[in-house]
Design a protein around this ligand. Structure first.
Ligand SMILES: Nc1ncnc2c1ncn2[C@@H]1O[C@H](COP(=O)(O)OP(=O)(O)OP(=O)(O)O)[C@@H](O)[C@H]1O
Ligand SMILES: Nc1ncnc2c1ncn2[C@@H]1O[C@H](COP(=O)(O)OP(=O)(O)OP(=O)(O)O)[C@@H](O)[C@H]1O
Ligand SMILES: [Mg+2]
Ligand SMILES: [Mg+2]
Lengths: 258, 258
């Protein structure tokens, strides 16, 4: 059965897109069939995988009830990895959806034909940096949340807000099974006390929800998107490629848990 | 007369809050009377200035028509620097405001009594990482936009989106005078080619809208918020404190231009 995981954190710039793109690429290299669903109007995951932004190619029309999500699926240069691209028309989605019926379940119902077709083992949804309607839609559709967390102070503050929203969505019945699938610490800089302190604090707070693998801060990761390549195809032998390969193995093990 | 500048960029984690807090603190140290208006539900600017997040202390009720913004103004530990704090109730603002009358001009009308009181030389509005209704409200109220831009590839992609929105708001009459007041390059890492390339490209695209001062990547800047202090009060003699002091002088010179 196809699993749906939303990569989300309302704090900006914590590595959501970088994690979605690289976990997707590493899982595809491990033999999984993966769909990356870019739900952020910035469309960074789209360009991070080497695709152009094309007007009308996003899920926007489908979320408003026009057409089928399967038609929006595009191939990438990488085996077993496909993408639903984004582009700027998604900008209008929050306001438009707010006025639509059943406005929190538009992503869930749009994904149904994809899940029923059983083409993919995993759908990863890259979310924008907010708790707006697009992100709420991803939460309503997801089996779990993958939360990238930067090893910095402001990012730490965001955990309480995220937890509050999760509880609300669970208790209100929007998605009773919604929970944190895993937290991954990103941009870890071993030379700074701050990184060590934040990782210690997060492991204390969230225990074994936090993946063992920590993603180091690395310029190679920031360079790769300008070539439209995931790190394992841009610099295969780098420390950051190794880190994402390890993380992908942890994600796979956790998905397959009973 | 009081000038209103929105610190904005829909790309997340580019240094909006860090720039708003530190430019505000440096301008106050130069003798300006500054109000920092935290319009981000994450409330990072609030804690970055050492204030607690208090339920009901944000502008939320006032934006929905209940009460006066002047009552929400709080002092900080720093002379001539005051703040309108944020807290999590602002999370609901986007959806609530979407249904309100005149929903794009709520911040502008809430700020009117503050501007008429002439208590401040400058109001800096820290925006969330999105082009949602709260950010649009800040754009409608602003005399200009201060756009922090991270020296990285994904951040570069965001410029076209920002420009598109500005043109829309100007042409539709929401704010005919809206323009980019200035762009500041942030998290510059002199050791990487990527930083140099991005700065070169942005100066080519935006010319003298880009401030001369470039903010270096520095751990001291990431540490300061955990002590609730702007950099000039946390580590006065650091390179990043010097950079923000220079930037504040450039901002002041540009504000006073005829
Ligand atoms: N481990 C890392 N080391 C160094 N740079 C990184 C790392 N992870 C991500 N980056 C860079 O940091 C920036 C922010 O990362 P990214 O865009 O993936 O975050 P995001 O959470 O998706 O941002 P947004 O909130 O805007 O969607 C990007 O320029 C990216 O290339
Ligand atoms: N020049 C810098 N050098 C190093 N770290 C920095 C610098 N500027 C900001 N930071 C750190 O980077 C992270 C992102 O910065 P900040 O929170 O100010 O960005 P933002 O654009 O306000 O984010 P958001 O989009 O979530 O509002 C923070 O942890 C901050 O402390
Ligand atoms: Mg992203
Ligand atoms: Mg911020």
């Amino acid at each position: 059965p196809t699993k749906i995981i939303a990569v989300a954190n309302q704090k900006g710039g914590v590595g959501k897109t970088t994690t979605a793109v690289n976990v997707a690429a590493c899982l595809a290299a491990l033999g999984q069939r993966v769909l990356l669903f870019d739900l952020d109007p910035q469309a960074n995951a789209t360009s991070g995988l080497g695709l152009e932004k094309v007007e009308g190619a996003s899920a926007y029309r489908v979320l408003l009830g026009d057409g089928n999500l399967i038609e929006k699926i595009k191939p990438t240069a990488y085996d077993r990895l496909e993408v639903i691209p984004s582009e700027v028309d998604l900008c209008g989605a929050d306001v438009e959806l707010a006025r639509a019926e059943n406005y929190l379940h538009r992503v869930a119902s749009a994904l149904q034909p994809v899940v029923q077709a059983d083409r993919f083992d995993l759908v990863l949804v890259d979310c924008p940096p907010s708790l707006g309607i697009l992100t709420m839609n991803a939460f309503a559709a997801a089996d779990g949340l993958l939360v990238p967390l930067q090893c910095e102070y402001y990012a730490l503050e965001g955990i309480t807000m995220m937890n509050r929203v999760l509880t609300q969505l669970r208790d209100s019945g929007v998605n009773p099974r919604l929970d944190i699938f895993g937290v991954v610490m990103t941009m870890f800089d071993a030379r700074t006390k701050l990184s060590q302190e934040v990782v210690g604090e997060v492991r204390g707070l969230l225990g074994d929800r936090v993946f063992e693998t920590v993603i180091p801060r690395s310029t190679r990761l920031a360079e790769a998107p300008s070539f439209g390549k995931p790190i394992i195809h841009y610099d295969k032998y780098s420390a950051s490629a190794a880190a994402y390969e390890l993380l992908a193995q942890e994600v796979l093990a956790r998905i397959n848990l009973p």
